[in-house]
Design a protein around this ligand. Sequence first.
Ligand code: SF4
Length: 242
Amino acid sequence: MEKVTITINGHECQGMHDQSVLAVAREHGIYIPALCHHPEMPSSGGFCRVCLVEAHQDGRMRLVTACNYPVRKGLEIKTDTELVKRIRRGIMELLLCRVPESPVIREMAARDGVTKTRFFRDEGEGLRQRCIACGLCTQVCEEVVGVAALAMLNRGRDKEPGTPYHKSSSVCIGCGACAYICPTGAIAMVDRDDTRTIWGRSFAMVKCSVCGAPYIPEAQVEWIVKTTGKDRSFFDKCPNHR
Ligand code: SF4
């Protein structure tokens, strides 16, 4: 792939043609906030919008989402103009109104000088107290794990991920990918003794034959064996003792 040079806040940065602005910025230690993006997942730029930046090219300026805007030769990016900061503060206020007690959102908002919101504080209950409804959890479950145990439920401010009808899912394998990828830590997953509990269901964990530590749900092992043909004995030992 072709290397290209772009400018971010006046600094020359090298990236690869088609790499995202966000990825190049991170490689060069330049902060651009992002929530609904994960480096291992395709980005739609469609939800949180906190990564909005100014993109200047061929005498034109556009506001773009850094997580999915591809770098091109000669592109000039500005992440800290008054316009960008004003828009981002507005977005942070809206996020704060949805999840006012989320430590991740409060910290991100404070970085932009936003400590309170002009809008109605929507406290919510349970998962909704931290969930920004970005949909990364449903995406990872369907596109990476291949299970599709989750969907976005309800509409408007009540929108949240969950299992159908909030019933215990028969297809969930307890892998925890949804909890790991959640940018605000909204999804509760508890590993206690040799049991994992997530989405209202408990999963027995497989113990490592060397150290005895429970490290992967039995249901996840069965799923991997079934879908990949991997030998069951591979999971007798945890990654540290293979
Ligand atoms: S724990 Fe269940 S819901 Fe979450 S990603 Fe894994 S299979 Fe999907």
